[in-house]
Design a binder for this molecule. Sequence first.
Ligand code: NI
Length: 250
Amino acid sequence: MLIDTHCHLNDEAFKDNLKEVVARANSKGITKMIVIGYNKKSSFDAVRIANMFDGVYAAIGVHPSDVLKEDDNLDWIYELAKDKKVIAIGEIGLDYYWDKSYNDLQIEWFIKQIEIAKELDLPICVHSRDASQDCFDVIKKYGNSKGVIHCYSGSLEMAKEYVKLGYYLGIGGVVTFKNSHLGETIKNIGIDHLVSETDAPYLAPVPYRGKTNEPAYIYEIVQKISEELNIDIDKVEKKIEENTYKLFKI
Ligand code: NI
């Protein structure tokens, strides 16, 4: 069984072909997918989509790049989380890549949503870009020891620190890129702390690089993990399935 723990089926890119995309994933053995929200609207869309299909779940929350645009009343998260398909809070985190002018506000929203996740006893899906140390510091101080660092591409040292906190690393298409050092990182970290994800429609793995990514491409990612770790792909799939269950209870 293959699992995509992070995809945006709620993105515009899938507006007209959602059913085909899910059917294509199912036909390639992908039986579980988590649709990730990044603001209020996309979180509601994620839950609506999750309720359309078996094996599709939702994470809800506000992405750091969206905090300026959103109303700061987050009561909707508590309401929406009552839906049984909601299994995580995310994606939340820090992104200093595009604009550094509101880092403090991002940190504030990150902490606020971690606190909600703790109250609701849900894991968090973390987005961290150009904010490695701050992100780690916030999680270490406020985190609830359940979560995934989505699309991990940071250093091996930082990866080890996250693992010590009980966090998982979300491994996506980047692992298939020629210039990526992620292979070395996962060799050192080992299969026990990894989950698989596409981040569709972004970051398609080789040989689809540059195209619209979709959950059906998770196979290329898991195959690459298996090659890097030199572990049989069936065993990798099984272990990732166990890790996903431990983290998300799905
Ligand atoms: Ni994402």
